[in-house]
Write a protein that binds this ligand. Structure first.
Ligand code: AMP
Ligand code: TRP
Length: 337
């Protein structure tokens, strides 16, 4: 069975960008592949952060992932598998400074930190994080990595690191992982559809998958659509396209076709109010089960936490095995486990 690895940062709530761009796919893939999914808390330290919030967010996202359908046996917490950081160091020596300077996410995130404060602190961790990501992927010798399109460059870097490592040690040790892109590649911000939906843009820009119905409807209702008269000119603006993408991703394929037909019909001209209502209805229908399940899981907090600690320990064994072999191949010393 081929192996899948993916990961998510515990930076707060899961929004529809994360869900349609990543988690929905994680859930589906569990039937076909051996899946390993990490909550990568080491990555969450790369931006200014609060330690007690980090621990809280890590557990919070685990409960959320389970409520969305991820099996607990497939989940681990990155800091319970410290081999990631050890392999990350080794990989630092197989990655060039130039490669990291070309990572667009580093540029975006450092700009974000600097936005309010020109002299803001940009950590080496933020710069180096794609190398840790390569370790996350390669330590499980994953065949496929389901991610959003924004992670393409990081995956390419992981392949370069793997190739360089293989060449240096003279063995095809690492398989080169491939990306698996989900159908809805990118969900846009509701308030500024030129940007991708992201929590860091602010409250008006995203919707949590556990959002209460009333706020969900309100946020969809005020989503930005056309700025001028795009519809009459036959141009679909990014905000409108975003609504259609969400409708389809929420499982309403037929309704999506039908409304696209109306949208394109010059005689009819679909009203955006109707489109938004259809999107909100479909999202509410989809998320009501998630909200219920999350409540049930939270009622058994202690048990679930123990379960995740155990699955992390089990998954760690795979990582230990790889690291042992990597150290052997790299000329480092190995203590017996
Ligand atoms: P992040 O919260 O940025 O760590 O993202 C977690 C996962 O969700 C990654 O696989 C991202 O590619 C994906 N993702 C985040 N935001 C979006 C978005 N707006 N549209 C599609 N996928 C996204
Ligand atoms: N960098 C990814 C993001 O920003 C999160 C991530 C960390 C990841 N390690 C990974 C994704 C390994 C896939 C595989 O979303």
């Amino acid at each position: 069975m081929k192996r899948i690895l993916s990961a998510i940062q515990p930076t707060g709530e899961i929004h529809f960008g994360n869900y349609f761009g990543a988690v929905q796919n994680w859930v589906r893939l569990q039937d076909e592949y051996q899946c390993v999914y990490g909550v990568v808390d080491y990555h969450a330290m790369t931006m200014p952060y609060n330690p007690s919030k980090l621990r809280e967010n890590t557990w919070d996202i685990l409960f959320s992932l389970m409520a969305l359908g991820v099996k607990p046996d497939n989940l681990f917490i990155q800091s319970l598998v410290p081999e990631h950081t050890e392999l990350g160091w080794i990989f630092n020596c197989f990655c060039s400074y130039g490669e990291l300077t070309r990572m667009t996410q580093f540029k975006d995130k450092s700009d974000q930190v600097k936005e309010g404060d020109k002299d803001a602190f940009i950590s080496v961790g933020l710069f180096d994080y794609p190398v840790l990501q390569a370790a996350d992927i390669l330590i499980y010798r994953a065949d496929y990595v389901p991610v959003g399109k924004d992670q393409e460059q990081h995956l390419e870097l992981a392949r370069n690191i793997a190739t360089r490592f293989n060449n240096t040690v003279g063995k095809e040790y690492f398989v080169l992982p491939e990306a698996l892109y989900s159908e809805a590649l990118k969900i846009r911000s509701l308030a500024d559809p030129t940007k991708k939906m992201s929590k860091s843009l602010g409250d008006r820009h995203y919707i949590s998958v556990f959002e209460e119905e009333k706020t969900l409807r309100k946020k969809i209702g005020s989503a930005v659509t056309d700025l001028g008269d795009e519809q009459s000119q036959g141009i679909m603006s990014p905000g409108v396209e975003n609504l259609f993408i969400m409708l389809k991703a929420a499982g309403k394929k037929e309704l999506h076709e039908q409304l696209i037909g109306l949208y394109q019909d010059p005689e009819i001209k679909l009203s955006y109010k109707d489109l938004k209502e259809a999107v909100a209805d479909s999202l509410v229908l989809m998320t009501s089960g998630f909200i219920e399940l999350r409540k049930e899981l939270l009622a058994n907090k202690k048990e679930i936490k123990n379960q995740i600690k155990e699955s992390s320990a089990e998954i760690r064994k795979l990582a230990q095995e790889t690291l042992k072999e990597v150290k052997e191949l790299s000329g480092l010393q190995n203590v017996k486990f």
